[in-house]
Design a binder for this molecule. Structure first.
Ligand code: PRP
Ligand code: MG
Length: 211
């Protein structure tokens, strides 16, 4: 019996996800371009998946657990059990506008065009604030949108802030904070739960060792 874990195939979480498994003493046969790999010394099967697909795979029980940014779970609207917070890939999801734009409060975005890869997150936030805006969904390089006249504001992940800076944007509202978490499928079996607790034990020692 094995625990099926999803990690990001490519992107910012990929490297740190593999690293934490490695720090847990788990070595993975990692052929390039492989979408599935087994651990040599732990009952773990690793699935390399696209970030945005992971919440659904968890919900459907295709995988038992996943290392994923909590912002993605919020965006996909799936309420899953978080077994561990992993302390890496810390970022926030924020609204930003051109540096030169006048911005006093969220109501300045009323009727404006907002480019984002996080439509559900923005929509929920705006609704809460009673603001209506036009959302343009883009999958990447969102910060370019105001400069090419596609939008008046953007909502995206901010980590160091350098992408905002380079694109002459200023962060005006922080919608949520995020970090990598170990999320659990509601369909996880009893045997897998036992493997998961062994994995959690190792993860906790790794995190404690970092402090
Ligand atoms: C992510 C995110 C922001 C940027 C934030 O983009 O979408 O643009 O990182 O990081 P920073 O605050 O440290 O600059 P990424 O580079 O992953 O590319 P993408 O938007 O094309 O997916
Ligand atoms: Mg980006």
């Amino acid at each position: 019996m094995k625990l099926k874990i999803a990690i990001q195939k490519a992107g910012r979480l990929n490297e740190d996800s593999l690293k934490i498994l490695k720090d847990c003493g788990i070595s993975i046969d990692n052929g390039k371009d492989q979408l599935k790999a087994s651990a040599r010394n732990f009952p773990l099967e690793v699935f390399y998946l696209r970030n945005g697909d992971i919440p659904q795979y968890l919900r459907d029980g295709v995988v038992d657990v996943a290392i994923i940014g909590s912002n993605v779970l919020v965006e996909k609207g799936v309420d899953l059990k978080i077994a561990e917070k992993l302390g890496f890939s810390k970022c926030r999801v924020s609204l930003a506008v051109p540096k030169a734009a006048k911005y006093e409060s969220i109501s300045d975005l009323q009727g404006k065009r907002i480019a984002t890869s996080y439509p559900h997150t923005v929509e929920t936030y705006l609704k809460e604030k009673g603001v209506e805006a036009e959302l343009h969904i883009i999958n990447g390089s969102v910060e370019i949108a105001p400069n090419i006249g596609l939008a008046d504001a953007i909502c995206d992940i901010v980590s160091s802030g350098s992408t905002l800076f380079k694109n002459n944007l200023k962060e005006v509202e922080k919608i949520l904070s995020s970090e990598a978490v170990l999320a659990v499928s509601p369909c996880i079996g009893e045997g897998q739960k036992e493997i998961l607790s062994k994995l959690q034990f190792r993860i906790r020692s790794v995190i404690a060792g970092q402090q």
